[in-house]
Design a protein around this ligand. Structure first.
Ligand code: FMN
Length: 177
């Protein structure tokens, strides 16, 4: 069986991709063979011993590519260790983080068959000037949390490296019985 690890991500504006790059680099520093690919480019998982998934939340749901990926690869994902990171909160306020953790729990409940060996939430990056249609429409409505929200980046690179550094041991396939 292959010993290579797949780090795969869904990303609309690049911030999750950059986190996935750091996760992949951290695993490589530990001597692991890692392939880094956007979820859309992954056709099969059979060649990988373990998988790390990264996706941002959009309006309470994982990026569509991640939802499709999980549905498409459900069977193979249950047969190897999987780690999962999610990007979402755009500030440092604990209340916001609590709300996003609830969104994440709801997403996890949708894929109750998925039993990740590691699962975490990281802060995200936001820049209203880069939003494309229809995301930019959202910022116009006073009721949304994005209304008048300034650009920011709360990705905690030390926390990201620390999480990735602890993954190597957890991603070892379970010994055959
Ligand atoms: C239109 C829009 C909706 C968002 N909705 C949520 C959300 O419901 N929950 C959340 O935690 N973060 C939300 N975010 C923040 C994103 O998850 C964050 O910006 C993330 O870093 C984006 O990842 P990407 O650059 O890889 O696309 C939203 C961002 C945008 C632009």
């Amino acid at each position: 069986m292959s010993t290579s690890i797949l780090v795969t991500y869904a990303s609309r504006y690049g911030s999750t991709k950059e986190v996935a790059e750091v996760v992949a680099a951290t695993l490589r520093e530990q001597g692991l063979t890692v392939e880094l690919l956007p979820m859309r480019q992954v056709t099969a998982l059979a060649d990988y011993a373990a998988v790390v998934l990264g996706a941002p939340l959009y309006i309470g749901h994982w990026h569509k590519d991640a939802q499709k990926f999980l549905a498409k690869h459900r069977e193979t994902l249950t047969q190897r260790p999987v780690a999962l990171f999610t990007l979402g909160p755009l500030g440092k306020d604990e209340k916001e983080w609590e709300g996003v953790r609830t969104q994440l729990e709801q997403q996890m409940a949708q894929v109750a068959w998925l039993k990740p060996v590691a699962q975490t939430l990281f802060g995200g990056r936001y820049d209203p000037a880069r939003l494309r249609f229809p995301d930019n429409l959202l910022t116009w409505f006073p009721a949304t949390p994005l209304h008048q929200l300034p650009a920011g980046d709360v990705r905690d690179w030390a926390a990201i490296r620390a999480w990735a550094g602890g993954l190597a041991a957890q991603l070892q396939p379970a010994p055959a019985r």
